[in-house]
Write a protein that binds this ligand. Structure first.
Ligand code: ZN
Length: 243
């Protein structure tokens, strides 16, 4: 590697957000944000178990502290757990001290099961908040396949898009619940209201698992990082969700 590309790789490791890995293995990471939720998360776990798939759950600390039994169950199932803040505030609007508190409090609620993975609420971050996550030892995890499950009501629309776009090494964004239930989804076209009912997402997830099982291996994000070369993007626009 020449000095310039070595510098670029180092800067991306510090300031970039993981979107996927480049790999020859047919692996895929399914990620689930905003839980745990006593009604919906067990349904996601049942589907993952049915297809022998492992997922990665980016949890809201406040929800995890309310449902420690679910956190334990997810960890016991071989799934990975990452941080999604304490109470789902958009990080760009918080002070540096508040952001670090959000990560630490969530970390505390998820111990001893948490992996050093962080997904910012709404996918929003600044250069400074990304740098803080790095200093705290966290890999920021984005995605390269967005199910759109906070506004799409048709499982077939979601699954068709995902199945057309899927490729080895990808990271898929789902929500096992929506922490801001019923509120207009932040950063999304106002004509789309958020979709608190998770039945459409569960339908799409089952279609994707059913079609791809046997072809793809569904692995956690830490396992994905072992399976190929990480690709990290500079994501400092207001919302990753619209990237
Ligand atoms: Zn979220």
């Amino acid at each position: 590697m020449n000095p310039q590309s070595l510098l670029s790789a180092s800067v991306r490791k510090v300031l970039g957000s993981l979107t996927h890995v480049v790999t020859t293995q047919t692996v895929l990471s399914l990620t689930f944000d905003d839980g745990p939720d006593p009604e919906n998360t067990p349904q996601v776990l049942t589907l993952l178990e049915k297809y022998q798939a492992r997922g990665t759950f980016f949890m809201v600390g406040r929800a995890a502290a309310t449902h420690p039994d679910l956190v334990r169950r997810i960890a016991a199932g071989g799934h990975a757990i990452g941080i999604h803040s304490w109470d789902h505030r958009a990080f760009p609007g918080l002070s540096s001290r508040e952001r670090r508190w959000q990560i630490r409090e969530c970390e505390r609620a998820l111990q001893p099961y948490v992996s050093p993975l962080f997904r910012p609420p709404y996918g929003e971050q600044t250069v400074m908040s990304r740098l803080e996550a790095f200093v705290m030892g966290y890999e920021v995890v984005g995605w390269n396949l967005n199910s759109g499950d906070w506004y799409e009501s048709q499982p077939s629309v979601m699954s068709k898009y995902l199945l057309e776009m899927v490729a080895p090494g990808g990271i898929v964004l789902f929500h096992d619940t929506l922490y801001d239930k019923g509120a207009p989804a932040h950063g999304v076209d106002p004509e789309h209201t958020s979709w608190p009912d998770r039945q459409a997402m569960l339908g799409a997830l089952e279609m994707v698992l059913d079609r791809l099982c046997g072809t793809y291996q569904f692995v956690t994000v830490p396992e994905l990082l072992q399976a190929g070369r990480p690709r990290r993007s500079f994501w400092f626009k207001p919302s990753l969700a619209t990237a």
